[in-house]
Design a protein around this ligand. Structure first.
Ligand code: G3I
Length: 381
């Protein structure tokens, strides 16, 4: 009788321990899940990250793990740009972009297409065309081919990227020169025809500068008046520890909200390094190679001092407090990269520096800024 009782007690205890371990795992998974950034902000805005080719091709699975567990939106850092997708007239290469789109579909992520029309990273054959007919043919073919291929898989397109100069004038790109200043409207009209379901976005940088922002606002208002579909403005948000001010960022949000479209912060990163143009005046297009190797311009080559780490965390906290204040006007916030090590800012505007602009460090570890964002009061806590 005792033996039987002992067996029952042992079995009971064993099941109890197994159940406890199981619950703990579920809790930890849940707590991991609830730790995720996108879950913390999920009732406020999409939270995304730009992913590079290595992550897309499975050569950097640690970055991919961070992306699928912490974010609910993705943008291709380079893989959908014209020079990679259609390097030669009519010759399309979707090897990488198909894998990119599959990551979004498989993980139920808000998937962004970046970018249909952009003067940079444009295939060489496009840069040398000097007539309207040929330009228009390739623009139509590019947009029809990409948007039809990814209809229902890409949720939003950066239809046109960086079409204005800092003073609000049109950038004299090959599209502007060959198609005229209405090319932006024409491209948006075409995009809306090809995929009426996709969100159509105009994307640009330095929109805290009033003249540039006004030029985009005027364009948006003209689109609205003419019944041309535009769903959002993409504010790239390549900022630093001080510029733009929170007030200047708030002006961006309020001004675009007035036009009736949603604002997305599409390429957020915060440089902690000195800006060379502060040394040599405002012209941002100069070549700064003379600063390469200058320790003054690369002050933290090996690691970020705690006091700067704290400043970065405070900067992200201030920015996200503003985003939460206006989350009714914001559709998405996307970081321009996953870990510091692969940020474009390590080589721009000066090659060979060590920057620390993102939420995860070179060893894929969450930084102070990451935890600061999780501490922010949202309607998830
Ligand atoms: O693909 C080549 C590779 O074959 C070659 O070996 C390597 C040698 O350097 O270069 C590779 O191309 C690089 C490309 O990124 C893909 O990695 C280019 O040199 C490099 O200049 C290019 O930089 C990208 C930059 O756009 C180009 O302007 C950055 O990664 C990307 O983060 C950045 O993203 C842009 C957005 O699309 C639009 N908004 C501004 C933002 C920053 O410029």
């Amino acid at each position: 009788m005792n033996k039987k009782l002992n067996d029952v007690v042992f079995l009971f205890l064993f099941c109890g321990i197994v159940c406890l371990i199981g619950c703990n795992n579920i809790l930890s998974e849940k707590s991991n899940k609830s730790r995720s950034l996108s879950n913390h902000f999920k009732n406020h805005f999409h939270l995304g990250a730009a992913i590079n080719e290595n992550t897309i091709l499975g050569n950097d699975n640690k970055s991919k793990e961070i992306v699928v567990s912490e974010f609910n939106s993705i943008t291709p850092e380079n893989s959908l740009k014209w020079m990679f997708i259609q390097p030669l007239p009519g010759k399309f290469d979707f090897k990488v972009s198909d894998k990119y789109v599959n990551i979004g579909s498989k993980n139920d992520m808000y998937t962004v297409g970046h970018a249909l029309i952009w003067h940079a990273q444009l295939a060489e054959f496009m840069q040398n065309i000097d007539n309207k007919e040929e330009t228009l043919f390739h623009v139509k073919n590019h947009i029809n081919t990409l948007m039809n291929r990814y209809k229902g898989k890409i949720d939003a397109w950066d239809v046109v990227n960086e079409a204005f100069e800092e003073d609000g004038s049109f950038r004299e790109s090959v599209f502007y020169k060959n198609l005229g200043q209405n090319y932006i409207e024409d491209v948006f009209v075409l995009a809306a025809k090809v995929d009426p379901e996709a969100d159509l976005i105009y994307n640009d940088y330095n929109l805290y500068k009033r003249e540039k922002r006004l030029a985009v606002i005027n364009m948006v208002n003209k689109f609205k008046a003419n019944g041309i579909k535009i769903d959002g403005v993409g504010v790239q948000a390549h900022w630093d520890l001080n510029t733009p001010s929170i007030n200047e960022i708030e002006n961006i949000i309020l001004d675009f909200h007035e036009t009736g479209i949603l604002v997305s912060f599409t390429e957020l990163d915060i440089s902690v390094l000195p800006n060379p143009w502060e040394m040599v005046g405002a012209e941002v297009n100069q070549n700064f190679s003379k600063f390469e190797g200058d320790p003054k311009m690369n002050p933290y080559p090996n690691e970020l001092p705690n006091n700067i780490q704290d400043k970065l965390a405070k900067r992200y906290e201030d920015i996200f407090k503003l985003f939460l204040k206006h989350s009714d006007k914001i559709d998405r916030v996307t970081f321009w990269g996953v870990i510091d090590k692969y940020s474009w800012l390590n080589d721009w505007p000066i090659k060979g520096r060590t920057n620390y602009p993102l939420l995860f460090d070179k060893d894929y570890k969450s930084k102070k800024a990451y935890y600061k964002l999780l501490e922010l009061k949202t309607n998830q806590n």
